[in-house]
Design a protein around this ligand. Structure first.
Ligand SMILES: C[S@@+](CC[C@H](N)C(=O)[O-])C[C@H]1O[C@@H](n2cnc3c(N)ncnc32)[C@H](O)[C@@H]1O
Length: 310
């Protein structure tokens, strides 16, 4: 069943305003395949479903459409190299900089069903010295994926996608036909709804994973998100992006460094930071996903003056 141009334009605009995901002409097939199940459940054809969305605009329907249009593809230790960079270079560097004590804070932004933050948690449990603690804040726009992530349970098929045997043995146990993460791994990660268009979780963070999500956004949105990340990242912290993503040509406040066959991004001194007024602001509270709580606390003014603290 094909969607009318008017219905496609309405959905594309709604999804762009609420999530920044770009549905450019040619993506009609994606909208059709993702929204058809919702329309069928409502007992309507696709255009009638979109008409109801336009005229009634029930928040729950709008939220369901946004969720349906997110792509939640993920896997354990995705792409390998970023985790090699984390464990081989970045963690040892940060541990040394902290004198082997204190707490490391990590933000896994757009974490999908949890494989990313749990992979980070396993790495931290295996690598951090006993005198150090850690905390991982894992966020996503989609309530559905967060619910799956919080369960801490995965099918054999999901486990097969990237979980090394040694990690499986150390950090997961059988639970019927599924696998369950150990309490130690689960306790390190807390999941929260968060839209990347909003103010970020309160920093500072030592490590930010922002992987395979910027690809869905336009240039000004990427730039604004990278700017907000920079403001919650410690001056000696590190940002990890997806293989198809970069700060180059998007935001000049980062230095790209190649480690372990992967690119990581470290904050440059404050000279690289553009004035905040030149970038789109986070959206006001209440604008976002109906199920998204008000933006998380804005961090204390941190970044613009930090060049002096380096
Ligand atoms: C392809 S997954 C990436 C998951 C994981 N980071 C990885 O690399 O495997 C993209 C995720 O971004 C989330 N997402 C899309 N737009 C978002 C937004 N505006 N704010 C927060 N999360 C968003 C989606 O819900 C989805 O779970």
């Amino acid at each position: 069943m094909s969607i009318s141009p008017e219905s496609f334009a309405f959905v594309a605009d709604l999804v762009r305003r609420r999530s920044a995901i770009q549905l450019t002409p040619g993506k009609e097939y994606l909208v059709e395949s993702r929204l058809l199940p919702l329309a069928r459940t409502a007992g309507l054809d696709l255009d009638a479903y979109v008409t109801r969305l336009r005229t009634v605009g029930a928040p729950a329907d709008q939220a369901a459409v946004i969720e349906a249009m997110t792509t939640n593809e993920t896997s354990w230790f995705r792409d390998g190299a970023p985790y090699a960079a984390l464990r081989g270079t970045e963690l040892p560097r940060l541990v040394a900089a902290r004198g082997g004590t204190g707490r490391l804070r990590v933000w896994s932004a757009a974490c999908s069903t949890g494989q990313e933050p749990y992979s980070i948690a396993m790495s931290l449990l295996d690598d951090l010295p006993a005198a150090m603690t850690s905390e991982i804040i894992a966020t996503d726009l989609s309530e559905q994926v967060l619910e799956r992530a919080r369960s801490g349970r995965y099918s054999q098929l999901e486990v097969n996608r990237g979980m090394p045997a040694a990690m499986l043995v150390r950090h997961m146990v059988r639970a019927g036909t599924e696998w369950e993460l150990s309490a130690a791994v689960r306790h390190l990660v807390s999941f929260r709804a968060h839209n990347l268009l909003d103010a970020p979780p309160a920093g500072p963070f030592d490590i930010v994973f922002l992987r395979n999500v910027l690809i869905y956004f336009d240039l000004p949105t990427k730039r604004a998100i990278l700017d907000r990340v920079l403001r919650v990242l410690r001056p000696d912290g590190v940002l990890l992006l997806g293989a198809a993503e970069s700060t180059l040509g998007v935001h000049e406040g980062y230095e790209r460094v190649t480690v372990e066959r992967s690119s990581v991004y470290r904050p440059l001194a404050a000279r690289g930071l553009p004035a905040p007024a030149t970038l789109p602001s986070p959206r006001p509270a209440g604008f976002g996903h109906p199920s998204t709580p008000s933006p998380l606390p804005v961090p204390a003014a941190h970044a613009l003056s930090r060049g002096a603290a380096r």
